[in-house]
Design a protein around this ligand. Structure first.
Ligand code: NDP
Length: 479
């Protein structure tokens, strides 16, 4: 499938007529071409967004809401088509794209279509001074949204929907590795009646197309999800231009298991929190810490369950683990497995590439569990972002807290316990933006989403996202 940029409501080739190959991770074959856009394309997208801004920012909330909810409905109507496209582009099981990625993309539009009608600002009466202050929440103008490859449409729309709801116009770039569903979204926006130029989607490499967005002097805010190194680069580029920044970055999340948890529930959820989406979710619990009294039992039960996971072609109904997103990513994950061995980690299961019959050149890897003897080894400290987890025992609450917090990241943490006092204490002490207790990745779109330390700056979700995509202006009237 060949795709094009979506600018001013039209589909068009990149100005310089440069193209990139798009690979199908399930068989390693090139199955389409995507624009390798330059700064000229980004400028055109910016001009189109700028022209649309005056009218869109003045469009009533009801009308904006109606259009966003219409986009949501059209995504739902096209669930199967979008799920298949996402799976082909990313390598994830179709069943996952159908149950998680595309429904969530639709929810993002529906949620922010509704949220904008409930978004209000404050007023402050200055008693004794005969004055009243009120706050206007005005859209920023043209904003940039840049998203990664792991949850392509899900994370793309998580940014675009609040940006549009708040009255901004958008120049967006999906990952060049997984651009197809973002391309398909253009048609849906046209069908839903989104005015021309309000959303512009430019495809290409991070270092060129993405770079042109972040350094554009008049794109005043950047919402970015991706790796920590890229986030640092974006911050460095954007800071001298005083851009507003929302950065959702990497994670190395602890999954802390106490002996007093509901064991079966914990076991099943831990398989999911370790390997969902081939472990390529920033929220995956990639460091498992287990209380020593149940450690040996957990090790036997967990490894047995992981061995039952089926690695296979993403469109097969029985597939639990599809293909990794790209050849370079597969190589990176394999390198980490070798590093673990060099660091005297023990591979309890997995660790090898899988050859799937008929798709011999696909990027498949066994789900891998590594027992480590210290939390300070590289595989326990660095983000692998694949189907690999580490595990080790702990003795006390204090010990595990120390290890959980002793990484540069701070995105999420999972805690398994039925002890209320411990829950309260640990939740308070864990350095993370999100703590799940006796569950994982249970999401309510109203809650603040984001990380601390090297996992990011700012929060998405609910009114936090609408606040990010608006500028507060204080008006003081003396009467
Ligand atoms: P990258 O940082 O490589 O890329 C993310 C996006 O940024 C892509 O669209 C990429 O384009 C683009 N990009 C790269 N360089 C630049 C640049 N100089 N200027 C502007 N844009 C640029 O991350 P990945 O796509 O590899 O995604 C994986 C990472 O994302 C992991 O670290 C993961 O933890 C993190 N992540 C964080 C989440 C969170 O909510 N905190 C959620 C999901 C993922 P291109 O792909 O074309 O290079």
């Amino acid at each position: 499938m060949n795709i094009q940029n979506y600018i001013n409501g039209n589909f068009q080739n990149p100005i310089d007529d440069q193209w990139l190959d798009n690979f199908n991770p399930a068989n390693g074959e090139v199955y389409g071409q995507i624009p390798n856009s330059s700064s000229k394309d980004v400028e055109q997208a910016y001009q189109s967004a700028k022209s649309a801004f005056k009218q869109w920012s003045q469009t009533s909330l009801e009308e904006r809401s109606r259009i966003l909810i219409k986009i949501s409905e059209l995504l739902e109507d096209n669930l199967q088509r979008f799920a298949e496209a996402e799976s082909k582009d990313n390598g994830k099981p179709v069943s996952l794209a159908k149950s998680v990625d595309i429904p969530r993309a639709a929810s993002n539009f529906r949620f922010f279509g509704n949220a904008i009608t409930q978004f209000s600002s404050e007023s402050h009466e200055s008693v004794g001074q005969q004055a009243i202050n009120y706050t206007l929440r005005q859209p920023i103008g043209v904003v940039g949204c840049i998203s990664p490859w792991n949850l392509p449409l899900y994370l793309f729309t998580w940014k675009i929907a609040p940006a549009l709801a708040a009255g901004n116009c958008v120049v967006a770039k999906p990952s060049e590795v997984t651009p197809v569903t973002a391309y398909l979204l253009g048609d849906i926006c046209n069908e839903a009646g989104l005015p021309k130029g309000v959303l512009n989607i430019v495809h290409g490499l991070g270092v060129s197309t993405g770079q042109a967005i972040i350094e554009h002097p008049d794109i005043k805010a950047i919402s970015f999800t991706g790796g920590t190194a890229t986030g640092a680069h974006i911050a460095k580029t954007a800071a001298p231009m005083f851009k507003k920044l929302s950065l959702e970055l990497g994670g190395k999340n602890p999954n802390i298991i106490f002996a007093d948890c509901d064991y079966e529930d914990m076991l099943n959820t831990t398989v999911r929190s370790s390997f969902a989406n081939q472990g390529q979710i920033c929220l995956c619990g990639s460091r498992i810490f287990v209380e020593r009294t149940i450690y040996e039992q957990f090790k036997v039960d967990f490894v047995a369950k992981v061995k039952q996971l089926n690695v296979g072609h993403p469109s097969e109904a029985h597939t639990n683990i599809g293909a990794l997103v790209s050849k370079p990513h597969l190589e990176k994950v394999k390198d980490y497995i070798n590093i673990a061995k060099e660091e005297s980690g023990t591979v309890l299961c997995g660790g090898n590439e899988v050859v799937v019959e008929g798709y011999e050149n696909g990027y498949y890897l066994e789900p891998t569990v590594i027992e480590v003897s210290t939390d300070e080894c590289r595989v326990n400290q660095e983000e692998i972002f694949g189907p690999v987890v580490t595990m080790m025992p702990f003795d006390t609450e204090d010990d595990v807290l120390l290890m959980a917090n002793k990484v540069k990241y701070g995105l999420s943490a999972t805690l398994w316990t039925n002890n209320l006092k411990r829950t309260m204490h640990m939740s308070q002490q864990l350095q993370a933006g999100i703590v799940w207790v006796n569950t994982w990745m249970m999401r309510d779109l109203r809650t603040p989403f984001g990380g601390v330390k090297a996992s990011g700056v700012g929060r998405e979700g609910g009114f936090e996202a609408l606040r990010f995509f608006t500028e507060p202006k204080n008006v003081c009237i003396k009467y």
